[in-house]
Ligand binder design. Structure first.
Ligand SMILES: [Zn+2]
Length: 144
């Protein structure tokens, strides 16, 4: 890995999410800075990740619910080695599993959080990271 100064050249862009069937509305909402979860009309539960059937009951009567954007850190890892050159400016950074207030768990980065601040149970809230023409739901510590 090069030891050149980080200012020597701009980093390449980070990868964009891969669009999967059933996830189009999720990403379009996120790009408007709205955080939504798929909801099953058959069993009245929300879930994550978005897909074309409910993982609880296999129902297909799906719609969307606006989520609170609140959650807590369920598990985390501090990443010290960039997985792609585009992440070299971010290390060390926090990758976490967030338990949403609504119940589902999702993987995201915890932004604006020093590695020694992160802990299991830390209250977090959604924030949106601009990437290309999209915005990515990420989380940050709740500052009360
Ligand atoms: Zn269901």
């Amino acid at each position: 890995m090069s030891q050149d100064s980080p200012a020597a050249q701009p980093l390449p862009p980070k990868p964009l999410p891969k669009m999967t069937p059933g996830a189009e509305h999720y990403w379009a909402s996120a790009t408007r800075e709205e955080f939504v979860l798929p909801h099953c009309g058959d069993c009245d539960r929300v879930f994550f990740y978005p897909r074309q059937w409910c993982p609880h009951c296999f129902g297909q009567q799906l719609d969307w619910r606006k989520a609170s954007g609140r959650g807590t850190v369920y598990s985390f890892s501090v990443v010290h080695q960039a997985p792609f050159p585009s992440y070299q400016g971010d290390v060390p950074y926090v990758l976490a599993v967030i338990e949403l207030a609504e119940g589902p768990r999702m993987m995201a980065n915890v932004l604006h959080c020093a590695p020694d601040q992160i802990r299991v149970g830390l209250p977090v809230e959604v924030t949106f990271e601009a990437r290309g023409d999209m915005k990515i739901p990420q989380f940050q510590p709740v500052h009360s």
